[in-house]
Design a protein around this ligand. Structure first.
Ligand code: TMP
Length: 219
């Protein structure tokens, strides 16, 4: 397992959970504490990983086998981890990542029904023990999340959405359940924020979580 001094924070949640807004809040709290923070996302974060993201999200005529989807997620993660995340953590910066491996468990495992043990094998191989120190999960009912995602896509002229966003509600119910089960299994790493509340309340809860984390990290 690589050695580093920075902290690795991930933000997770279904579509329409309001990740972008909360990401900006977390970034600003870390910066205000005088800590360098690198903000990135998955799939993506480096040029090669962003190219893989395009492959993953675009709705092409050629069907995407589930195994291909999972392997591309980890291919993107490998190059992202080695070329961006680990170098930042090693120089002592904090890394704030919009989604990480919990999304592979939630979407490809619980959502698509792929073997969780298979995902665990890939995680062990690709990450060699690197795991987030804190994962903030924005939890919201699928009904509210879908409504928000639709409004966002309409206002930004994005049409129906990408290859994931066009999935049925049952898929997103399984994704939500997957995230909640992972949070339950690792209560020390996860903090759940109720993202169904109004924006001020969600932002206050997020601030509380990140301030507590920074305080403990400085002790
Ligand atoms: P985003 O819209 O939050 O940027 O994420 C892109 C999509 O990729 C989103 O629908 C979730 C999905 N995804 C997975 O299915 N598995 C993964 O491991 C990751 C990181 C994202």
């Amino acid at each position: 397992m690589p050695i580093y001094t920075g902290k690795f924070i991930t933000l997770e949640g279904g579509e329409g959970a309001g990740k972008s807004t909360q990401l900006a809040i977390i970034k600003s709290e870390i910066e205000q504490a005088g800590i360098e923070v690198v903000v990135t996302r998955e799939p993506g974060g480096t040029p090669r990983a962003e190219a893989i993201r395009q492959l993953l999200l675009s709705r092409d005529a050629e069907p995407m086998p589930e195994s291909c989807e999972l392997l591309l997620m980890f291919a993107a993660r490998s190059t992202h981890l080695h070329n961006l995340i680990l170098p930042a953590l090693k120089r002592g910066a904090w890394v704030l990542c919009d989604r990480f491996t919990d999304a592979s468990y939630a979407y490809q495992g619980y959502g698509r029904g792929l073997s969780l043990a298979q995902i665990e094998n890939l995680e062990r191989w690709v990450q060699d023990g690197v795991k987030p120190d804190l994962t903030l999960l924005l939890d919201v009912s699928v009904e509210i999340a879908m409504q928000r995602a639709r409004l966002r896509n309409q206002s930004q002229g994005l049409g129906e959405g990408d290859r994931f966003e066009i999935e049925q509600n049952a898929f997103f119910e399984r994704v939500r359940e997957g995230y909640l089960q992972r949070a339950q299994a690792e209560p020390n790493r996860f903090q759940i924020v109720n993202a169904g509340l109004d924006l001020d309340a969600v932002s206050t809860a997020t601030r509380q979580v990140i301030r507590d984390f920074i305080r403990k990290a400085n002790q």
